[in-house]
Design a protein around this ligand. Sequence first.
Ligand SMILES: Cc1cc2nc3c(=O)[nH]c(=O)nc-3n(C[C@H](O)[C@H](O)[C@H](O)COP(=O)(O)OP(=O)(O)OC[C@H]3O[C@@H](n4cnc5c(N)ncnc54)[C@H](O)[C@@H]3O)c2cc1C
Length: 404
Amino acid sequence: MDFAYDARTEELREKLLAFMDEHVYPAERTAEEQRALLASPWDTPPVVEELKAEAKRQGLWNLFLPDAEYGAGLTNLQYAPLAEITGRSPQLAPTALNCAAPDTGNMELLAQFGDEAQKKQWLEPLLTGEIRSAFAMTEPEVASSDATNIETRIRRDGESYVVDGRKWYISGAMNPDCKIFIVMGKTDPDGTDPRRQQSMILVPRDTPGVEVRRAMQVYGYEDHSHGGHAEVIFDGVRVPASHLIGEEGGGFAIAQARLGPGRIHHCMRLIGMAERAVELMCRRAVSRTAFGKTLAQQGVVQNWIADARVQIEQLRLLVLKTAWLMDTVGNRGAHTEIQAIKIATPRAVVDIIDKAVQAHGAGGVSQDFPLAELWAAARTLKLADGPDEVHQRSLARRELKKYL
Ligand SMILES: Cc1cc2nc3c(=O)[nH]c(=O)nc-3n(C[C@H](O)[C@H](O)[C@H](O)COP(=O)(O)OP(=O)(O)OC[C@H]3O[C@@H](n4cnc5c(N)ncnc54)[C@H](O)[C@@H]3O)c2cc1C
């Protein structure tokens, strides 16, 4: 067993670490300052476009796509340590490299299931970073962790489909650069197989009947850099029948395929978030004195730091093993491990960031450090892309099957 990264990964890691130091971290403050001057807080600050251009110039672009026809052609195992580095600045680095959710999942989906016309119209501008996209599945009225509950209707009418429904927490949709929605709805709500009732359809943002109604908050944050999380209404939205992705009834299977890589990407970035929190905690601990000792000399703070290091090393090994399994036996063969990391990583990282917040005192919950926002982002991943309990239920069932 070899735990070392291969030569290509090492080379890209070095390049990416330098890119983070020289360009991304200094741009964090600039992006906020520029945003305050924009006509709308949802517009993209100019510094983000500069970062994208620089990342492209340095060959740090579309690293997430394993298909060499479209992306860098890296394996999951090669991409994992790079995604981890981008997680250290989750609001800027993934976007700078064109490796941000939900675009990554949408690009994979179009590459895998889109027809040639759909790829030309939507995948190509997404790959060049000209536009952004959203994935619209969750609905406020139904328990959406169970996709069979989805109520949005996609009704065939001659050479068109008509979409009616209400979605929320649609990531990226507040940003006007988000030009296309991939919408999940039911084409056959009365079908006997509950997993064949759904379809996916492409809905351009400017289609009459699409209303991006409001920005949903995350613990009071609006997540501007990410493009926000919107409530979106589809009211009698008519699109050509050619906008359907794959076949009628194929939506459930496409949604399942989309989430595998997305989950591991989130976990990789979460580990980077935890590393940033530990770094901030250590820097703070050696520089503050209370009751005659630095915080770093307090046993309790040492325990937080030690526990965080142990948790991060455990998580990284499990995520890398999962990446290796996805490369060698496919996403289906890695099902248990994908669920295991999706349960274990946000849980541990929320705890690590919470300790870093504590070590910062009031500063930890303030806007002067990135910790409060990192915590909120990590906490949402116990819900997004499937709540913990749903993964636990499915993992336990697979485990129990061995004994039945
Ligand atoms: C920041 C953020 C971004 C998001 N981005 C997107 C996006 O881009 N596109 C999109 O479509 N959605 C998005 N979502 C929505 C997310 O995917 C859903 O919130 C998630 O799937 C859960 O659905 P729900 O909110 O309807 O919860 P529900 O389905 O109502 O579930 C509520 C709770 O019930 C419990 N539960 C459910 N099922 C079980 C079970 N079988 N066993 C035990 N307990 C159970 C869980 O604790 C769960 O958290 C986002 C959410 C957040 C917070």
